[in-house]
Design a protein around this ligand. Structure first.
Ligand SMILES: Cc1cc2nc3c(=O)[nH]c(=O)nc-3n(C[C@H](O)[C@H](O)[C@H](O)COP(=O)(O)OP(=O)(O)OC[C@H]3O[C@@H](n4cnc5c(N)ncnc54)[C@H](O)[C@@H]3O)c2cc1C
Length: 479
């Protein structure tokens, strides 16, 4: 993966930068010991690493603003970071940048049940937002599989989704407002505490902007009443394509389960060895969860089972209590970890129209043969958000490059069938050079013009999102 050549001029200013930051921030907020900055060299796309100049971990929005003002004055690039679980290299630093992490900013600032929102500092983990309100019968809906670790900051930047987003939508559908600090150190409030705020919908620009426009320090999030009940059913099939066709038929029939998750044989096998969830021996399985009152659950399950029956399932397993439900979810929730135990892998992320699932799954199987690399599929099938896991050997020269080529072909296929390069993991460094397969030059120009306004020197999160050559030209102009 090509990255910009780091600036010797900036690297030479490291000690001046650190002294200026230390003069205005608490001592523990500024880190430049190489042993301590190691933890920030990469995110969950761990094939790519780079040591930053230093790391700043503020407690408050005002401290974020102070740090950004100094970096702006000194022309130092800044990489915003939540928990570092990005699978697209979104929080990968460059050697001449600092990481600005919000991990210490994890307080709940306001809870308002009458108006159904919670306001948090963005370093708070996704799961602990629900943790703060669940005793009162509420929850925060977007649920990335990384929710135990990932922060609301990264969720907003990547417009993250999760298993239950089929029904509740992704982060942008559950975000009401943000407090954002610009690269110049200005603090701005965008959106509010209601579904629609006065003025232009800038919130839609910020959510999914991958740390390109500012550092988000606070978020107002919509919370929902917990449903009366929920029940998953597991359905096994003898081919990926048939399972894909079943998903497409369920969506076409107008049933709206809360989640439809897909796993193929390589993932089922790895998961069984790892988590022993008791999954059936089959080529592909779907986990479909419905929720509501007991009557609503029965009605939805009946429809789903009858659609599935038309696809000759090899197994149908319905959870009858919370223990059985937890066992059905156990394998799916451990799938990424389980695959990591048996192989190096690169997790892709693209979205396709649900009706194209059978075709795309078949083509991925064929490409796997052509490239000679194994692939496992585990993904949110209900909204067409695919996650092929390409298996490779990181220690064998050339395998990473082959894996990247295979990944690029899969993502181009997603665009070809009418889908898009990004699902929920964003663009980061992983997909930036494929952006011109999705967008015409004018479209990309319009997107970069938005960054010009928020970040005129192009210092925020360099070398991400936009094709490298285009963003390098912009950076040269900006300085
Ligand atoms: C095992 C596993 C499972 C996953 N499952 C899912 C899933 O189901 N759904 C899903 O959507 N994702 C998933 N992910 C990907 C990842 O967890 C999400 O992208 C998540 O939102 C990243 O959050 P983070 O706090 O770790 O962000 P980071 O990795 O720290 O950063 C991600 C991006 O956000 C930017 N950013 C971080 N903080 C800020 C800030 N304060 N202001 C502005 N920009 C900022 C960064 O610069 C970077 O571009 C998974 C990852 C793993 C490892």
């Amino acid at each position: 993966m090509e990255m910009p050549i780091p600036s010797d001029f900036r690297i030479a200013r490291k000690s001046e930068l650190m002294s200026r930051l230390r003069a205005v921030l608490p001592p523990e907020c500024v880190i430049d010991d190489p042993m301590e900055t190691r933890a920030y060299e990469c995110d969950a796309l761990s094939a790519y690493r780079c040591a930053p100049l230093g790391v700043v971990l503020p407690y408050t929005t005002e401290q974020v603003a102070t740090a950004l003002k100094i970096c702006f004055e000194m022309d130092i690039p800044v990489v915003p970071r939540g928990a570092g679980t990005s699978l697209a290299g979104g929080s990968l630093p460059t050697a001449d940048s600092i990481i600005l992490g919000v991990a210490r900013m994890n307080d709940v600032l306001e809870t308002d049940y009458a108006n159904r929102f919670v306001r948090v500092q963005t370093g708070r983990t996704n799961l602990s937002v629900t943790g703060a309100v669940e005793a009162d019968g509420y929850f925060y809906a977007p649920d990335p599989s990384s929710q135990l670790a990932c922060a609301i900051a990264g969720n907003i930047a990547m417009n993250s989704g999760g298993a239950h987003c089929l029904k509740y939508g992704v982060t942008s559908n559950n975000l009401l407002g943000v407090r954002l600090v610009t690269m110049q150190g200005e603090i701005v409030d965008i959106g509010g505490a209601q579904l629609d705020a006065a003025g232009m919908d800038l919130l839609g620009v910020i959510c999914g902007s991958e740390g390109q426009l500012g550092v988000v320090t606070e978020a107002t999030l919509r919370i929902l009443h917990k449903p009366e009940g929920a029940l998953p059913v597991l359905i096994g099939f003898d081919s990926n394509e048939v399972a894909g066709a079943c998903v497409s038929d369920i969506i076409r029939a107008g049933v709206l389960p809360v989640a439809i998750e897909f796993m193929d044989r390589p993932c089922i096998r790895a998961t069984e060895e790892f988590a022993k969830a008791g999954y059936p021996d089959c080529e592909a399985l779907l986990i479909i969860e419905v929720e509501g009152s007991p009557l609503e659950i029965e009605e939805q399950l009946e429809k789903i089972m009858s659609i599935a029956a038309a696809h000759d399932p090899v197994e149908v397993r319905r959870a009858n209590d919370s223990d059985e439900a937890a066992r059905i979810w156990l394998g799916r929730k451990s799938a990424f970890g389980a695959m990591g135990q048996i192989n190096d892998y690169m997790c892709l992320d693209g979205t396709i129209p649900v009706s194209k699932l059978p075709y795309v799954l078949r083509r991925i199987g064929e490409m796997s043969q052509q490239f000679g690399l194994g692939v496992g599929n585990v993904f949110h099938a209900g909204d067409g958000n695919m996650h092929p896991l390409i298996l490779y050997n990181a220690n064998e020269p050339g395998q990473l490059e082959l894996c990247e080529q295979f990944g690029a072909e899969i993502l181009k296929l997603c665009v070809e069938v009418g889908g898009c390069l990004t699902g929920e993991h964003g663009v980061g460094i992983e997909k930036r050079d494929l952006m011109d397969h999705q967008f015409a030059p004018d479209d990309l120009e319009a997107q970069m013009a938005i960054k010009d306004v928020f970040d005129p020197k192009w210092l925020l999160n360099p070398a991400k999102v936009f094709p490298l050559a285009a963003s390098e030209r912009r950076r040269d102009q900006g300085l």
